[in-house]
Write a protein that binds this ligand. Sequence first.
Ligand SMILES: [Cu+2]
Length: 136
Amino acid sequence: MKNRLIMLIVVAVVVGVAAIAKNSSNSSSDMAGMNTSSNKQSNSSEASAEPNTVPIKNIDYTVKKLTIKKGTTVTWRNDDTAQHDVIFDDSSMSEANSPSLLSKGQKHQFTFTKVGTFKYHCTPHPFMQAEIEVID
Ligand SMILES: [Cu+2]
């Protein structure tokens, strides 16, 4: 009985530490935000397993800058349990916005027909930011 209690305490401590570690790594990456645009570019090549797809994971768009040709359809897919959306900073791009928050597993798609660089963000998590560059 006593051993079992000790085990429970150990488990509780481990879970607590893991939660703290997770929080601190999240907040540090949030803080990094603006400075790490070069890192984030390299992330986009890692995530190129699914072409023209931006998986949303760990409260972030996993592809920070996606470069596509005009006429390409981009897919955003929420892999998080938290809900996210895709809202373009420039109101002239509002047709590309997701119509609502995406739940886990839900996708949003948009076909880009204008050349330019279009930044977007998530309404519940304004620190989630990324961009689509459309070239000819
Ligand atoms: Cu979000």
